[in-house]
Design a binder for this molecule. Structure first.
Ligand code: GRF
Length: 203
């Protein structure tokens, strides 16, 4: 069994895709042992509750320093002891010691085809605004391992999405989620679970 912790900051539609994927057995041999949000009003926390998953809020605002927050965050992760940490719309820069300790055990979903429209400051609607401004005809989403850089870790899975002539950043964001993110994130987790069970392709 692959034990995962999902980290979220907002709506949690990717978290929902994981919850549904496990229920429908698109993701096999996997359980969510915890959801962590940095934002107490994240709707993702409600999704976790409705699914009967333990949910925790660790907000940087509740700590006197970034270091104290980082420590509390790492402690919670260590306490949960996951096989895999999934960043699903998590808008917090991870503490470096966590990245080191959990190397190749943290994945992130990014709403573009890396290396396009990624890196510092590229999150949310900005990614899609920039893709439209550049006039690309194809965009998509990427699941990658997390390293010390921003969106620089090894790519696990990508899926392309066509840009339509009348797209707005909002319509493109939605289509990238529906046609790419909600498909490749469950797929990547399933592949990692299969590999753990010794049935996946070698990597
Ligand atoms: C998604 O676009 C994801 O790629 C990005 O943040 C957004 C999160 O959406 N990293 P949600 O909270 O999963 O609905």
């Amino acid at each position: 069994m692959l034990n995962i912790v999902v980290c979220v900051s907002g709506g949690g539609t990717n978290l929902q895709a994981i919850i549904d994927g496990i229920e429908k057995q698109i993701i096999k041999n996997t359980q969510i042992i915890g959801v962590i949000s940095n934002n107490e009003s994240a709707y993702a926390l409600k999704r976790a509750e409705s699914a009967g998953v333990a949910a925790f809020c660790i907000s940087p605002r509740k700590f006197e320093s970034r270091e104290a927050f980082n420590r509390a965050f790492l402690e919670k992760i260590d306490e949960l002891a996951p096989d895999l940490i999934v960043l699903a719309g998590f808008l917090v820069i991870l503490p470096e010691d966590l990245v080191k300790k959990y190397r190749k055990r943290i994945i992130n979903i990014h709403p573009s085809l890396i290396p396009s429209f990624c890196g510092k400051g590229y999150y949310g609607l900005k990614v899609h605004r920039e893709a439209l401004a550049r006039g690309v005809k194809i965009t998509g989403a990427t699941v990658h391992f997390v390293d010390e850089g921003t969106d620089t870790g090894e790519i696990i899975c990508q899926k392309a999405v066509e840009v339509q002539r009348d797209d707005t950043p909002e319509s493109l964001q939605r289509r990238v989620m529906e046609e790419a993110e909600w498909i490749i994130l469950p797929k990547a987790i399933n592949e990692i679970a299969l590999r753990k069970a010794g049935k996946g392709k070698e990597n």
